[in-house]
Design a protein around this ligand. Structure first.
Ligand code: ATR
Length: 278
């Protein structure tokens, strides 16, 4: 029987997830399909019931449903609860639907594979932003053993809420207006805000004082080369772009739904870059 998975969101048309999963389905000759399901918030409950009724192997969840999906599932694992959001749902062997979160995995895996030993995880990290992506990045970095993870966000109360929710004494907060002042302290600086995205203002950030070994990570992938990464390049710093995070976060979901381990290979890189041109 054809195993089915999809991504739900509103809007969802722009999602690259179908490109990624369809690539792996074809590569491994799996009898499966991965589609898009646009669900406006009022239709979330009925839409999820329909997927369960159709015995979907699972689905990805994107904005604006990453939190509202949580009470609709039979269980949510500890990782997703710490992050405070679910991006991957799968049907267990028990026939029930479970939620997890692979965004932090994708963030960290792409960082490890791109920056390799140029990233010194014994130095603190600075996370810009306090949305869902920031929460996943903070949890992943704490779990990777970093000595300190500092958050800065335009609305500081949101950064404080993250610190309160994750409750780890390695989290600290600095005011948004001070973000340039402490650049020299960090081994990793990651932008998780929407600044720099097509249609948004660029991220204003001076990298003048960054240590030569500092890694600059921008999870924005439209465009792939953001003004932040261009500035990092000018300073000779190691750059990590946002597209890899998206591909890596898809790996655990594919395994859960289609029971096949996969990798982010050159073919997948080419397919996603091609799709981004459209
Ligand atoms: P996601 O869940 O995808 O990470 P989000 O919850 O919409 O996205 O968060 C977007 C992030 O970009 C937030 O940290 C937001 O800051 P606020 O919490 O102050 O809104 C940040 N952001 C968006 N526009 C911004 C701007 N013009 N200046 C500074 N930060 C901005």
């Amino acid at each position: 029987m054809t195993r089915k998975a999809c991504i739900i969101g509103w809007p969802v048309q722009q999602s690259l997830s179908p490109i990624i999963h369809t690539y792996w389905l074809a590569k491994h000759g799996i009898d499966g399909e991965y589609g898009r399901l646009a669900l406006e918030p009022e239709r979330l409950v009925s839409g999820v019931e329909a997927l369960k009724g159709d015995r979907y192997a699972g689905f990805n969840v994107t904005m604006p449903h990453k939190q509202t999906i949580m009470p609709l599932l039979d269980s949510v694992d500890e990782l997703a609860n710490r992050i405070g959001a679910v991006n991957t749902v799968y049907m267990g062997e028990d026939g029930r639907y479970h939620g997890t979160n692979t965004d932090g995995y994708g963030f960290l895996e792409h960082l490890k594979q791109s920056a390799k030993d140029r990233w010194n995880r014994e130095r603190p990290a600075l996370i810009l932003g306090a949305g869902g992506a920031a929460r996943a990045a903070v949890v992943a970095l704490l779990d990777a053993g970093l000595p300190r993870v500092t958050i800065t966000n335009r609305s500081q109360d949101k950064a404080e809420k993250i610190a309160e929710h994750i409750a780890d004494n390695r989290i600290s907060i600095i005011p948004w207006s001070d973000r340039d002042r402490h650049v020299a302290d960090f081994g990793l600086i990651a932008n998780t805000t929407s600044l720099g995205m097509i249609g948004s203002a660029p991220l204003e950030m001076s990298l003048e004082d960054a240590q030569p070994t500092t890694v600059i990570y921008d999870i924005v992938y439209k465009p792939l080369s953001t003004t932040l990464l261009q500035a990092a390049e000018r300073h000779g710093l190691t750059c990590v772009d946002g597209l890899g995070m998206l591909m890596h976060q898809a790996v655990p979901g594919f395994k859960l739904w289609f029971d096949q381990g996969v990798t982010v290979d050159d073919g997948l890189q080419a397919a996603t870059r091609e799709a981004m041109k459209c």
